[in-house]
Design a protein around this ligand. Structure first.
Ligand code: KIV
Length: 269
């Protein structure tokens, strides 16, 4: 008799909160499709963020602003089919929540109902507190996002480190008070991120925010060395898959052109 493999227990909002109180650091990576989602899930990542960074790393835009709600729903569905343990958090794209709290709630509802998201993430602190509160009232878990908010790229004049400590602390507090269960802190000095983490009780997930956050998030193509358009200082390349993929494809092209692939072992008799 074979013993069926035990299904891993899905990561939940209470797990995120208790990780912080236990001092266990949370691991988050972006993911946009089934194959990657499955690999990340099997490797034990706590959450997969279907980030609007897909506008850059999947769609080839220079920023995330063109990404639509329908596109993130599509990518979330692909991710959901590959995941059995990780929490799926989906980014709310530019202009899917800024009009009103009711627009935000309607968009978040579509992400959960049509995409299969477990939680949504939206950028902004004080300025998006009303939207966060409306979504949370409908029992949809929310992750905030403060510091460098990439959807503000034109106002900020580029993807720059954010240093206005007073505003950053106020934003993180507003996000917590509105009911978010975690907050992404992007591109702020290490000491400011540490102060934010100490000043709120929900987990902080850092990206370019140093080691004192409760967890970390990276764009998966960045940390695997597959995306060369931007090389931010905070990205550690844990692999160089870009050059491995190029080498494999070069070998394939050479072997096909030279008539060496497919040989007998890859053909039917
Ligand atoms: O869109 C995204 O991938 C993000 C992360 C960089 C945090 O928001």
């Amino acid at each position: 008799m074979s013993i069926p493999p035990t299904k891993p227990k899905p990561v939940t909002v209470p797990d995120f909160l208790s990780a912080r109180s236990r001092g266990t650091r949370l691991t988050v990576l972006t993911g946009y499709d089934y194959t990657f989602a499955r690999l990340l899930d099997e490797a034990g990542v706590d959450a997969i963020l279907v980030g609007d960074s897909l506008g850059m790393v999947v769609q080839g835009h220079s920023n995330a602003l063109p990404v639509t709600l329908d596109e993130v729903i599509y990518h979330t569905r692909c991710v959901a089919r590959g995941v059995s343990r990780a929490m799926i958090i989906t980014d709310m794209p530019f202009m899917s929540f800024q009009l009103s709290a009711s627009q935000a709630l309607e968009s978040a509802g579509r992400l959960v109902k049509e995409g299969g998201s477990h939680a949504v993430k939206l950028e902004g602190g004080e300025r998006t507190a009303d939207a966060i509160a409306a979504i949370v009232r409908a029992d949809i878990p929310v992750v905030g996002h403060v510091g460098l908010t990439p959807q503000s790229v034109h106002r900020l004049g580029g993807f720059k480190v954010q240093r206005q400590e007073h505003q950053l602390l106020a934003d993180a507090k507003a996000v917590e008070q509105a009911g978010a269960f975690a907050v992404v802190v992007e591109c702020v000095p290490t000491e400011v991120a540490a102060k934010i983490t100490a000043s709120i009780s929900i987990p902080t997930i850092g990206i370019g925010a140093g080691p004192h956050c409760d967890g970390q998030v990276l764009v998966v193509q960045d940390m695997l060395g597959m995306y060369g358009d931007l090389k931010p200082r905070f990205v550690k390349r844990f692999a160089e898959l870009g050059s491995q993929i190029r080498q494999a494809v070069e070998t394939y092209c050479r072997e096909v052109r030279e008539g060496r692939f497919p040989d007998g072992s890859y053909s039917f008799q």
